[in-house]
Design a binder for this molecule. Structure first.
Ligand code: UDP
Ligand code: LCN
Length: 819
């Protein structure tokens, strides 16, 4: 088979496209004429290809064209803006590398254009006068971000921490005096005013180096387990403070590591040393929207994986911090606060409780602060899409509470999702604290053409506020934590979530010519895990939560329809195909139900069990959920699924859910995550942790979690027949060879243990907190300049935009009045 020719590295699309068009000039003239035939419009790759197929009807001829350079160029096209006689192409040969060209359909002349020019083509389609406005606002973060080093390879994206260590060590290596910045930094370390590591006696590199030699040799002769207190006084005289270690052995090792860093800095010693430096004792995490609680909240609108992620993250952080603090020889209690919204009308949850200790931790709490408006405290839940007008005031209220409870400033702030990230960045800016952000999912990529469709979508989703807040947060962040590579830079065929913010336009509002650079070393992949004390393999018989058995038996097999389940399973000997998700459109639960309905073979092999949503659309106060509920009912009717489907309403008990996954595994079933797009997909790793073979969408994070055919399977949510056949073939194969099921189950578990645990995560993120805190001190001026730009953007743009978002009026009797 002929292989598609890629361009040589040195060649641009603008250089090679004229020749490619010339080779098939006859067909291309017709094809481009077809592209412009319908006038101005946006075209995606599939429509470009469809039109090409229509023009070249001879398959051999068509293949010839597509296998040539032109086929390659078209395949790198992410979208095209048609403004006759031009077609402007946005091409992407590799993650993060974009090139824009315009082709004149009349004479096929090609010209390279800038991102700005390309965006203007897009704008011409929806708002010509704005596109032509010479003074239209352009947002260019690149212009205020020029001195920090950048990565250059797509393959390095997401490995920020290790590159920052490399950049830093080469900076420290630059001259005999350049390590002074490290000494200066160490001199600033303290806990509530008590100095740590070194004091002013050791204010230069040479003094520190000499003292390290003396100190190291003085402890080389004492027993390795001698506690720090035994030699603390002597060390203090030399200029050392607490924080080096709890025993002579640990202190010596930390000192040796620093000596080596000062002698000839290398990234691995540098990272090791910074993994030990005592910098982070108090952390604040923001997860503002949704019902955030430890019980009875999962599955409610807007309350899904983020809550699970944040709570598990806290447990992992606290464990890791306690271990580090002990090894540093310090007697400090770490504090972690999760800041969320207090919702007075809490619907039976604890979301109206101000302070709640976090389970499985000693020192961590959820702190709930209400939203306030001019009318007082807001009682009810507010959708994440409508949340923006409350955030500034919330930041102020939350900051006051945090400082009161922590008796000082935190050392690290981490935001979650657009709202939490905005609040976190406002607070970090105000208090001068290191900021990490996490997006879980940026909404921009979830909706096709969400940028130029602003006018259509904004009244419903308030994307103008959301994208503005996202830009502010990602540019304010000292480091960005992502769960997968695709979240940052996508895959070969699909741009990443962050990448999609590098150049886009909101016609009528502003044009982003440089929103974020995915080669910025602030980007890091740290994948979450699932709580392994809850989600453990079905084979661990002695740990199984057998108390849930009768309830699960009823949930799956009782024949009545009630508020918790509808439908029934006629033949209970069949394996169960299982899915569980919030009933959002993007989760595609209805898609899976339809695939199942259509596929006779699959229906003969398995039963379908769906967990999600509720059954009465009129009772849902979430726009998308109500539509999906209706669709589920229609599909069950249309495909006559009763007898083969069990639809269970959203479940809120993670322990019972874990036993549900394991019960499905007992049936030799499988889990399916069919989302149209999934940022990460916690259910995927929960299922795999329970030993359940898993089929997950190839659109987004799950494609990285699972190695297709080895530790589970990828399915294409846009190709239902192919996906349902793949699932059916698996069950057919398992019938013929039961070992097949066991193999996939075991490989899934292996994959989890190697890459997706909270221990790995906590270690990485705390190292980020430590290293980026040092890193930002070296680029202080640059950071300040950028902050000024962000402040202007926030003040002039964001504050204006929120005025268009309606403030929610409480439906119930008024809540507590403002003090
Ligand atoms: N979940 C649940 N009950 C439900 C639906 C989901 O407990 O009815 C849990 C699920 O076990 C997982 C989380 O909610 O822990 C969903 O996370 P995921 O990353 O899969 O999706 P998200 O909802 O965050 O988009
Ligand atoms: C939000 C999502 O949409 C999921 O893909 C993630 O798994 C979850 O948050 C936790 O990060």
């Amino acid at each position: 088979m002929a292989t598609t020719p890629a361009l040589k590295r040195s060649e641009s699309i603008a250089d090679s496209m004229p020749e490619a068009l010339r080779q098939s000039r006859y067909h291309m003239k017709r094809c481009f004429a077809k592209y412009i035939e319908q006038g101005k419009r946006m075209m995606k790759l599939h429509s470009l290809m469809d039109e090409l197929e229509k023009v070249i009807d001879d398959p051999a001829e068509r293949n010839h064209v597509l296998e040539g350079l032109l086929g390659y160029i078209l395949c790198t096209t992410m979208e095209a803006a048609v403004v006759p006689p031009y077609i402007a192409f946005a091409t992407r040969q590799n993650p993060g590398f974009w090139e824009y060209v315009k082709v004149n359909a009349n004479d096929l002349s090609v010209e390279g254009i800038t991102a700005t020019e390309y965006l203007k083509f897009k704008e011409m389609i929806v708002d010509e006068s704005w596109a032509k406005d010479e003074y239209a606002l352009e947002i260019d973060f690149g212009a205020v971000d020029f001195s920090t080093p950048r990565l250059t390879l797509s393959s390095s994206i997401g490995n920020g921490l290790s590159y920052v260590s490399k950049f830093l060590t080469s900076k420290l290596n630059a001259s005999s005096t350049s390590a002074q910045c490290l000494v200066d930094y160490l001199l600033t370390l303290n806990h509530q005013g008590d100095k740590l590591m070194i004091n002013e006696t050791l204010s230069t590199v040479s003094k520190l180096q000499a003292a390290l030699v003396v100190a190291e040799s003085s402890i080389s002769s004492i027993p390795t387990d001698t506690p720090y207190q035994s030699f603390e006084l002597r060390f203090k005289e030399w200029g050392f403070e607490k924080g080096w270690g709890d025993t002579a052995e640990r202190v010596r090792d930390t000192m040796r590591t620093l000596s080596e860093v000062l002698q000839a800095p290398d990234p691995s010693n540098f990272e090791k040393f910074f993994g030990r430096v005592p910098t982070v004792f108090n952390i604040v995490l923001f997860s503002v929207h949704g019902y955030f609680g430890q019980a009875d909240v999962l599955g409610l609108p807007d309350t899904g994986g983020q809550v699970v992620y944040v709570l598990d993250q806290v447990v992992a952080f606290e464990e890791e911090m306690l271990q580090r603090i002990k090894q540093q020889g310090l007697n400090v209690k770490p504090q972690i606060l999760v800041l969320t919204r207090l919702i007075p009308d809490a619907k039976g949850t604890k979301c109206n409780q101000e302070l709640e200790p976090i389970k499985n931790t000693k020192h961590s709490h959820i702190l709930r602060v209400p939203f306030r408006t001019e009318k007082g405290v807001l009682n009810q839940w507010v959708s994440r899409f409508d949340i923006y007008p409350y955030l500034e005031r919330y930041t102020q209220d939350a900051s006051d509470k945090i400082i009161e409870l922590m008796e000082g400033k935190p050392d690290l702030i981490i935001g979650n999702y657009t709202d939490g990230n905005l609040v976190a960045s406002l607070m970090a800016r105000k208090l001068g604290i290191t900021l990490g952000t996490i997006a879980h999912a940026l909404e921009k990529t979830k909706y096709e053409d969400s940028d130029i469709k602003l006018k259509e979508l904004d009244p419903k989703y308030h994307f103008s506020c959301q994208f503005t807040a996202d830009l502010i947060a990602m540019n304010s962040a000292d480091f960005v934590i992502t769960s997968t590579y695709q979240e940052i830079a996508g895959s070969k065929d699909r741009p990443g979530q962050y990448e999609s913010h590098s150049a886009f336009t909101l016609p009528g509002l502003y044009r982003v010519v440089s929103g974020i650079n995915v080669f910025d070393p602030k980007f890091n992949i740290a994948a979450p895990g699932a709580d392994q004390s809850v989600y453990f393999p079905y084979t661990e018989k002695q740990k199984r939560l057998t108390d849930f058995r009768p309830a699960i038996e009823k949930l799956l097999f009782s024949k009545v329809d009630n508020d918790e389940h509808i439908g029934y399973l006629e033949d209970r000997t069949k394996p169960i195909l299982f899915t569980m998700a919030r009933l959002d459109t993007v989760k595609n639960t209805t898609g899976l139900t339809e695939w199942f309905g259509k596929n006779k073979k699959l229906r003969s092999l398995v039963n379908l069990v769906v967990v999600g949503g509720s059954f009465d659309p009129t009772k849902s106060n979430d726009r998308e959920e109500a539509a999906e509920i209706k669709k589920m009912h229609v599909l069950i009717e249309k495909y006559q699924l009763k007898g083969q489907i069990r639809w269970i309403a959203a479940q809120t008990d993670r322990y019972r859910n874990s036993e549900l996954y394991r019960t499905i595994a007992d049936s030799k079933g499988a889990f399916v995550q069919p989302a149209l797009y999934e940022a990460f997909g916690l259910t995927v790793i929960e299922a795999m942790n329970c030993g359940l073979p898993t089929f997950a969408t190839n659109q987004g994070g799950p494609a990285e979690i699972i190695v297709d055919g080895i530790s589970g399977f990828h399915i294409d949510p846009n190709n239902g027949d192919e996906s349902s056949n793949k699932i059916a073939n698996f069950f057919q194969k398992c019938r013929e060879d039961p070992e097949h099921w066991n193999r996939i189950s075991a490989q899934g578990l292996k994959r989890i243990d190697e890459c997706y645990t909270w221990k790995i995560y906590a270690n990485k993120v705390l190292n980020m907190g430590s290293i980026y805190t040092f890193w930002k001190t070296l680029y202080k001026d640059q950071k300040q300049a950028k902050q000024r730009y962000i402040d202007t953007f926030y003040n002039l743009e964001f504050r204006n935009l929120i005025k268009d978002v309606p403030i929610r009026i409480d439906e119930k009797p008024e809540g507590p009045k403002e003090r």
